[in-house]
Design a protein around this ligand. Structure first.
Ligand code: ZN
Length: 68
């Protein structure tokens, strides 16, 4: 048993500036039917999947349309 492992990752920046504004907790995505909980640091009202942002296209994978 060694005690060295804790000292390796024992340093954590605790003195972070409290400039980051937080938002209400317990919010959920505004997208209809989506119950994804939003982080209180997320200033959007939708989850990352539904937020109006540039969604990277999935490359190489085509949905199996009509596989049924
Ligand atoms: Zn959502």
């Amino acid at each position: 048993m060694t005690n060295n492992s804790s000292s390796i990752r024992g340093y954590r920046p605790q003195g972070l500036p409290r400039a980051s504004k937080t938002y209400a907790e317990g919010r959920v995505c505004a997208h209809e039917g989506c119950e994804t909980r939003l982080s209180k640091y997320n200033r959007r009202d939708k989850c990352w999947g539904h937020a109006e942002m540039k969604v990277p296209r999935l490359r190489g994978r085509k949905p199996a349309a009509g596989s049924a």
